[in-house]
Design a protein around this ligand. Structure first.
Ligand code: HEM
Length: 357
């Protein structure tokens, strides 16, 4: 029998759940805003790398928000840069004005990271305080926030690898930094979509899951290509300087040609999988996914043939993030659509819907 206290508790619980449900749209849109900020962050990071600005700030001060103020602070920052291998081996003729030019992009990249941290954490606390987060959601959001913190640290660990004796960051650390950004974006998007589209108990589609995994792998090897500057060798397509295979060995993690070749092969597999997913499933989202995969591959080929110009290489990087985000959306829609189909097949139709015998 239900006691009065049980009833009160039930009222309280259902009140909380109602509040959380009512709050799910604003929470979802806030998350989509944060996802857009992460997207911009990746583009800024790519531009920082492509303009060789990434090693200009030789200290990590996560709580400092201001750039150098006044000539003395600029001189001090420039003096620290002059002690790095990049200055000594690549930019020894750079003056203070030139230094400021490469400093700003890295500074904005780091500042934007902090802005994302704030834009994520402050509303998270407010939503939690107002009881607008469904049970379990706060934990997921905190995990994403922790991943964001780890990403900042990873960025610094990457920069540090370029301050020791060679003026280049480790390509593995660069790949880890980029792919953590993909994971953060994917997680934010998945949680936001969960709040907007009711999930059904359905297996995700194998074709779209394959596109998602292949896009992630292709982007990982793309980051290795970028980290090794391997887009500047074997600048022909489809052959590798007239050969079917690169002639610098089979080390697909370190040899420039082999790394670029692996990126190409994964890209072709992604293209095939996205086209196949569309042929099998049709629909606007899968058509967009296949279309974007072709555009992305074309951008990659153009980036390679034209010797990695900044604008194209940046568009190619942004295209990779967009393709990944679209694959996450397609997968999430598949989960609910397939569930819809399955549940409508399982639920016996009502006498009215069944129509006359
Ligand atoms: C589904 C297809 C593809 C995806 C998802 C993809 C993804 C990526 C990513 C994420 C990067 C790293 C960008 C950065 O960190 O700045 C990259 C770099 C690169 N990709 Fe692709 N890529 C694809 C297809 C291709 C193709 C077909 C080619 C050419 C054959 C290509 C050539 C390159 C080159 C040359 C770079 C290095 C650019 C640089 O140094 O900034 N990509 N790719």
């Amino acid at each position: 029998m239900l006691t009065r206290m049980d009833g009160a508790r039930e009222d309280e619980v259902s009140g909380e759940t109602r509040m959380a449900r009512k709050g799910s749209r604003p929470v979802a849109w806030w998350l989509i805003g944060c996802g857009a900020m992460v997207f911009i962050m990746v583009v800024l990071g790519g531009l920082t790398r492509l303009t060789h600005s990434g090693l200009s700030m030789v200290e990590w001060q996560p709580l400092r928000l201001l750039p150098p103020l006044g000539p003395e602070e600029w001189e001090a920052a420039f003096a620290r840069y002059r002690a790095t291998p990049e200055f000594r081996l690549v930019n020894s003729d750079m003056d203070l004005e030139g230094f400021k030019g490469i400093f700003w992009l890295e500074f904005i990249h780091r500042l934007w990271g902090r802005a994302i941290g704030l834009a994520f954490f402050v509303p998270l606390v407010v939503f939690a305080w107002r009881g607008m987060l469904a049970p379990g959601l706060a934990g997921k959001l905190l995990a994403i926030f922790a991943l964001g913190g780890l990403q900042g640290l990873l960025g610094w660990v990457m920069v540090k690898s370029g301050l020791v004796d060679r003026p280049d960051v480790s390509h593995f650390r660069l790949a880890a930094h980029l792919m953590t950004a993909f994971l953060i974006l994917g997680a934010i998007e998945w949680v936001a979509l969960d709040l907007l589209i009711p999930r059904r108990a359905a297996q995700p589609s194998r074709a779209v899951s394959t596109v998602l995994v292949l896009t992630f792998l292709t982007a990982t090897w793309g980051a290795l290509v970028a980290g090794l500057d391997a887009g500047l060798v074997y600048g022909t397509f489809p052959l590798m300087n007239g050969r079917l295979f690169p002639d610098d060995g089979a080390d697909i993690l370190n040899a420039h040609g082999a790394v670029q070749f692996t990126h190409r092969m994964l890209a072709m597999a992604t293209l095939a999988a996205a086209t196949w997913a569309w042929v099998k499933g049709r629909g606007a989202t899968l058509a967009a996914l296949a279309g974007l995969a072709w555009v992305q591959a074309a951008l990659g080929v153009a980036t390679l043939l034209l010797g990695v110009p900044v604008a194209l290489a940046s568009a190619h990087q942004a295209g990779a993030v967009a393709l990944f985000a679209l694959a996450v959306l397609a997968l999430r829609l598949e989960v609910s659509l397939r569930g819809d189909r399955r549940s409508s097949a399982a639920v016996p139709s009502s006498p009215e819907r069944r129509g006359p015998p």
